[in-house]
Design a binder for this molecule. Structure first.
Ligand SMILES: Nc1ncnc2c1ncn2[C@@H]1O[C@H](COP(=O)(O)OS(=O)(=O)O)[C@@H](OP(=O)(O)O)[C@H]1O
Length: 342
């Protein structure tokens, strides 16, 4: 349990930077046959009821890859094949998260920890190039520009990782967050992200979240897949809540895990730069460089509130009961202890 004590203690790439970053977007034509609502897709997946549910929610903004809903804007069959065949190096660091669980925060923190607190990369390189998404089209374009140790982020479940992750000595930091807060954050993000479908009303979005008809599937499946990752002491589990509670403490833990113990003074300096108030002002990290046609800041902010427990401002008592019961049922027998479970 030591490593799974989330109380002590993983980013999907679905942002629309491909066009405006001047990237060449690989053709998505090859994915057409994977689109739900399409007869081939329904026949391809054995779980037809689930497929029917997905078909009703999946618009042409998405592709379905191995049962996961992914934004077409940033994912293609080629990018997913590139990820599936990726050769990890021994000193690579992979940050893994279910969407809206601390990805952007870690894209800021880990480069700083690895370079001793030098702010240059995080104030000059946009986070999508500094710590690229493993499964997105952008990775192939920036990979050879990454300095060693390379840091990448992923929202993929462990079963979609290439075998080189376990055969190498690469390290993984898995960050999870109270699924209620991740859902609330995702709900607001869907309102601002024009490359995603409108989330509908809050209850409708919750129903999709609980049945996995959202980006990267069910929260519970994601957690379980990484809990059972066969990576020994090369994976560190942490939580968004632990970072909110004691950021310098979490930074110390990451630093030790990465094998570059930093002084308290350096850790405090990194914590100060990475606090919500300061990070929100960093245009290399707050997505203000993204054109309004892709993310509309008049609808919501990417770095929105940065707190634990915002779900309490959104859930009715009945929604809370239903959500908790659903997650508990699916996590039964997993013996996991999360800070938000009291
Ligand atoms: N520095 C810092 N401190 C506290 N919280 C922070 C920080 N940086 C990002 N965030 C919050 O993380 C939420 C976005 O999650 P992700 O970055 O994982 O999103 S994504 O998966 O990459 O789309 C989103 O949460 P909400 O505010 O609840 O919407 C961000 O505000």
């Amino acid at each position: 349990m030591t490593h799974f004590h989330f109380g002590n203690c993983f980013a999907l790439a679905y942002f629309p930077y491909t066009q405006w970053a001047g990237a060449v977007i690989p053709s998505t034509d090859a994915m057409t046959h994977f689109h739900f609502g399409n007869c081939f897709a329904l026949a391809y997946f054995p779980y037809t009821q689930w497929a029917r549910n997905m078909a009703t929610t999946c618009s042409d903004k998405y592709i379905i890859h191995r049962g996961l809903l992914l934004p077409k804007e940033t994912h293609t069959e080629e990018s997913l094949r590139f990820a599936a065949e990726f050769e990890f190096k021994n000193d690579d660091v992979l940050i893994v998260t279910y969407p809206k669980s601390g990805t952007t925060w870690m894209q800021e923190i880990i480069p700083l920890l690895l370079n001793g607190g030098d702010l240059t990369p995080v104030t000059t390189i946009p986070n999508w190039d500094r710590v690229p998404w493993f499964e997105e089209t952008r990775l192939a374009l920036v990979l050879d520009k990454l300095k060693s140790p390379r840091v990448m982020v992923s929202h993929l479940p462990y079963n979609l990782m290439p075998s080189s992750l376990s055969s190498s000595k690469a390290k993984v930091i898995y960050v999870t967050r109270n699924p209620k807060d991740a859902m609330v954050s995702s709900f607001h993000f869907h309102k601002m992200a024009n490359f995603l479908d409108d989330p509908g009303n809050f209850q409708e979005f919750m129903d999709k979240f609980l049945t996995g008809q959202v980006l990267f599937g069910k929260w519970t499946d994601h957690i379980k897949s990484w809990k059972h990752a066969d990576l020994g002491d090369r994976i560190l589990y942490t939580t968004y809540e632990a970072m909110v509670e004691n950021l310098p403490g979490s930074l110390g833990e990451f630093s030790t895990f990465l094998g570059n113990d930093l002084s308290e003074k350096t850790l405090l300096g990194i914590a100060d730069h990475c606090c919500f108030k300061n990070m929100s002002k960093n245009c290399m990290s707050n997505y203000s460089l993204v054109p309004k046609e892709f993310m509309d800041p008049s609808k919501s902010q990417f770095l929105r509130k940065g707190i634990s427990g915002d779900w309490k401002n959104h859930f009715s008592p009945e929604q809370d009961l239903k959500f908790s019961a659903c997650i508990s049922e699916e996590m039964k027998g997993e013996n996991l202890c999360f800070p938000w479970c009291g």
